[in-house]
Design a protein around this ligand. Structure first.
Ligand SMILES: NC(=O)c1ccc[n+]([C@@H]2O[C@H](COP(=O)([O-])OP(=O)(O)OC[C@H]3O[C@@H](n4cnc5c(N)ncnc54)[C@H](OP(=O)(O)O)[C@@H]3O)[C@@H](O)[C@H]2O)c1
Length: 266
C-alpha cells in the first residue's frame, strides 16, 4: 500500500509530540524529514524510523535560514506534501519578573518560527494545487494564562493565523489543520511536573495518534484531551473580575519556579 503522503517535514521532532508524530508517519511509509536543533536525538530517532526518517538540523528561531532550508528541501523533493510546524517552547514569563529577552525567546520560536515554517511552502503548494500544512498550537491560546503571557499569546496568534490560512486557501487544494493539545507528557510538561497541577494529562503516544489521524482525514482542527479544551473554552467566558484573581493564584507555582531559575542563573 502506498503511503498517504510520500514526504513530510516535522519541526520539533527530537522529543515529545513531534517525535511521536514522526514515528507515526514513518511507520506508514511516509519519508519524514525530522527537524530540530538536537541532532543527536534525531539520529537516535532515525534508527527507530524503519529507514523513513532523515534528520534535519534546524533552528526555527532563525527564520531566514528556516525558510531557505525548507524551500531547498521542497525543491529537492519536487514538493513536500505535508509540513507540520510543531516546534515550540513553553518557558513561563511572569509579568513582574520577565525580561524582554525571555519574552522574545518564546515569540521567536512559537510565533515567527512557526509562521516561517508554513509560509516557506504555502505559495509553492498553492501553485501545485496540493499539499497539507499543520500547526501545533495549544488550548493555552483560548484564554490568557497567568505567568505564561508570551506562551498563551503565541498560541492565540498561531490558532488565529491558521484559521486565516484556511480562509485564504479555500478552493486551492491545500489543506490546513490546527492541533490544539491540552496537557500531554513531553519534555515541556516534565519541567513543571510536581510543581503545578496538570489535569487530564495525556500519554504522548495516544495524543500523537489522535493528532495524526486527524491530519490523515484532513480535519480542520483537533483539540485533545477534549475535556481540557472544553474546560478552557468555559474558563474563557468566566467574567474577568472572577477569572483574573483566581488565575493569578493558580499560576503562583510557575511564577515562583521562574524566580528560582533566574536566581540560579544569576
Ligand atoms: N506537551 C503539552 O502539554 C503541550 C500542550 C499544548 C501545546 N503543546 C505544543 O506542542 C508542541 C511540541 O511540544 P512538546 O510538548 O512535545 O514539548 P518538547 O518535548 O519540549 O518538544 C519541543 C520540540 O520543539 C523543538 N524546538 C524548540 N525550540 C526549537 C527551535 N528553536 N528550533 C527547532 N526546534 C525547536 C525541540 O527540539 P530541540 O530542542 O532539539 O530544537 C523539541 O523537539 C509545541 O509547539 C508545544 O507548544 C504542547
Amino acid at each position: 500500500m502506498s503511503p498517504q503522503y510520500k514526504t513530510a517535514l516535522i519541526t520539533g521532532a527530537s522529543s515529545g509530540i513531534g517525535k511521536e508524530m514522526a514515528l507515526w508517519w514513518a511507520k506508514r511509509g511516509t519519508k519524514v524529514y525530522a527537524a530540530a536543533r538536537r541532532t543527536a536525538l534525531l539520529d537516535e530517532l532515525a534508527k527507530q524510523g524503519e529507514g523513513n526518517i532523515e534528520p534535519i538540523a534546524l533552528d526555527v528561531a532563525k527564520t531566514a535560514e528556516t525558510v531557505a532550508r525548507i524551500q531547498e528541501l521542497d525543491s529537492r523533493l519536487g514538493g513536500l506534501e505535508l509540513v507540520i510546524a510543531n516546534a515550540g517552547v513553553g518557558h513561563p514569563t511572569p509579568a513582574d519578573t520577565s525580561s524582554w529577552e525571555q519574552v522574545e525567546a518564546v515569540l521567536r520560536v512559537n510565533v515567527s518560527g512557526a509562521a516561517a515554517t508554513l509560509t516557506a511552502v504555502l505559495p509553492r503548494m498553492v501553485e501545485r494545487k496540493k499539499g497539507h500544512v499543520v500547526g501545533v498550537s495549544s488550548v493555552a491560546g483560548y484564554v490568557g494564562l497567568g505567568a505564561f503571557s508570551a506562551y498563551s499569546g503565541s498560541k492565540a496568534f498561531f490558532s488565529v493565523f491558521l484559521q486565516s490560512l484556511r480562509v485564504d486557501l479555500v478552493g486551492t487544494g491545500v489543506k490546513v489543520t490546527t492541533i490544539e493539545p491540552g496537557f500531554v507528557k513531553s519534555e515541556m510538561t516534565a519541567r513543571i511536573e510536581g510543581k503545578a497541577p496538570m489535569p487530564f494529562i495525556a500519554d504522548t503516544h495516544v495524543a500523537a495518534d489522535k493528532y495524526c489521524r486527524a491530519i490523515a482525514r484532513g480535519a480542520r482542527s483537533i483539540a485533545y484531551p477534549r475535556v481540557h479544551a472544553l474546560s478552557s473554552k468555559f474558563i474563557s467566558i468566566v467574567p474577568a473580575p472572577i477569572y483574573e484573581p483566581l488565575a493569578r493564584k493558580a499560576s503562583e507555582p510557575q511564577r515562583q519556579m521562574l524566580i528560582a531559575e533566574n536566581a540560579q542563573k544569576a
